[in-house]
Design a protein around this ligand. Structure first.
Ligand code: BG6
Length: 499
């Protein structure tokens, strides 16, 4: 490991983020730009250190230059203020070690002591296969606790690949860290618009009375992506949409939409309410899981005018892969508020547009008073919470077309983030990293929440595995998705919103 020159470092109670796997993409693309944005607004505790830990033979300077390039390329607000970036990078250091080598952790420990750091945030930005080894070694090298400072650990998803592995990972984490020290990252929770679901629901008086089975016909949650599997097939081909986004992002969006108002706004109360939603979702297994889900894989097609490859032809995808790149599910939250209201969830890669939204469709008017002229009865009231892009909220309603007759057409009432607040909303990692540093776990998933989400997901995965399909249904890249997914909703006499 290169020497750390501490001559100029003040002896203090500094804070450090230790990034395991700092040479990977996440550090460059997300973590460092988020730290920079926070530094720009003086939000980081001082003095603040970045310690990268990874196997590649990098020097401190190499680390600094890679992180610098990351900010230059991926920084949200350009141009980048070089003075701020430099002062952040001046305190970035590199520890070269494999994750298995205990000597590396001793070097890390020594470096942190030399820097006078009391408070440490460990960030696991490595393949999930490494989590256990790192956690065990942190425990062995006594980096996990400090009487005069705090220790926290951030674990990126995927948090296990099924209920059992999630539980055993939890056990390993808990053998070294307390639950209160563990921050399980679901970056969707850091998105401004996702947090705004709570503000919208519990910061306004007019929506909550309507937010129940009496007035809501159904809810559609969509997370559509134009990207294919890219360079991540090694992971994705074993995960599929169900593990990649359904178990976490989609179910998180559902819980925030369906949860009761917490008694107070703190990590415990909010997460207690979210867990209650997951517990209330009827488990679907076996035939019920097959009837209430639909999965498919993309084949080549045209997206943005360009021909794109089939999933099976992407690099590192098994040629006969039956991994799903699209899924839809119908879930019911069996409690007093939601009994009987279907929640339709869908997500897919290589769809025609990138859009994540929650659409709340209200029940129809009881009487078609304006007869044939009421075109709005064909387009019922829908409240769309747009998570990304064009962040905002739109209410679709019927209005009279000016003129002599009672001709009614659907119109939109819109709130746009960009129009109301100017700038594009901050990146999820900006908020989430700051929360870990200040010790606010509200926007992180608790162990019981993760387990409940796996319990639900597991039933679906097992049903699919026993179904043993040779070929999955397919959809052409760039289209609205598989036809079977439309039938899936039409059975209920309902229709997907256009992506
Ligand atoms: C990640 C998934 O968690 O979320 C990716 O692993 C997906 O497959 C990504 O592309 C989507 O995130 P965002 O913020 O771009 O919607």
């Amino acid at each position: 490991m290169p020497e750390i020159d501490v001559n100029n470092e003040p002896c203090s109670e500094g804070v450090a983020i230790v990034i395991f796997g700092v040479t990977g993409d996440l550090a460059r693309r997300k973590l460092m730009p988020a730290l920079y944005e926070n530094a720009k607004f003086n939000r980081l505790p001082q003095p603040f250190y970045i310690l990268g830990f990874a196997r590649r033979p990098w020097s401190h300077d190499k680390l600094r230059s890679v992180l610098r390039e990351g900010v230059m390329e991926y920084g949200r607000v350009q141009p980048i203020d070089e003075d701020i970036l430099n002062s952040l990078l001046e305190r970035a250091y590199y520890v070269e070690s494999t994750f298995q080598d205990t000597a590396g952790y001793e070097q890390l420990n020594q470096a942190l002591k030399d820097l006078g750091v009391q408070n440490i945030l460990f960030y696991l930005s490595t393949p999930p296969g490494m989590y256990s080894t790192i956690v065990e070694n942190l425990g062995k090298s006594e980096l996990d606790s400090c009487p005069s400072g705090w220790r926290r650990i951030v674990v990126e998803k995927p948090f296990g690949r099924d209920l059992e592995s999630a539980k055993s990972l939890d056990k390993e984490l808990h053998s070294v860290f307390d639950e209160a020290q563990i921050y399980r990252m679901d970056h969707y929770l850091g998105k401004e618009t996702v947090q705004n679901i709570l503000a919208f629901r519990f910061g306004n008086g007019i929506f909550e009375p309507l937010w129940n089975r009496k007035y809501i016909d159904h809810i559609q949650i969509t997370m559509a992506e134009t990207d294919g599997v890219g360079t991540r097939a090694g992971y994705y081909d074993k995960a599929g949409v169900v593990r990649d986004v359904f178990q976490n992002h989609l179910l998180q969006l559902l819980t925030l939409t369906a949860m009761e108002a917490p008694a107070v706004f703190n990590a415990k109360a909010v997460r207690d309410e979210k867990v209650k939603v997951l517990v209330s979702i009827s488990e679907i297994t076996g035939d019920a899981a097959l009837r209430n889900t639909f999965r498919a894989q993309y084949v080549s097609g045209t997206l943005d005018g360009k021909r794109v490859a089939s999933y099976r032809d992407e690099p590192d995808v098994a040629p006969a892969s039956t991994t799903e790149t699209y899924m839809a599910a119908r879930l019911f939250v069996n409690n007093w508020r939601w009994a009987g209201v279907p929640f339709y969830l869908r997500s897919g890669k290589r769809l025609p547009n990138r859009v994540t939204e929650i659409a709340i469709q209200f029940t129809q008017i009881p009487l078609a008073l304006f007869g044939q002229q009421n075109l709005a009865s064909e387009a019922p009231n829908v409240l769309v919470i747009r998570i990304q892009p064009n962040e905002g909220i739109t209410l679709f309603l019927g209005a009279k077309v000016p003129g002599g007759s009672m001709h009614i057409e659907p119109v939109e009432m819109r709130f746009s983030y960009a129009e109301a607040f100017g700038d594009a909303p901050p990146e999820a990692y900006e908020r989430l990293l700051l929360d870990c540093l200040t010790g606010d776990a509200t926007l992180f998933t608790r162990s019981d929440e993760v387990e409940e989400a796996w319990r639900l997901t597991q039933g679906i995965i097992e049903a699919w595995e026993t179904q043993k399909l040779q070929n999955l249904p397919v959809y052409e890249a760039g289209t609205q998705g598989p036809h079977g997914a439309d039938d899936f909703l039409q059975r209920d006499n309902r229709y997907w919103r256009k992506i």
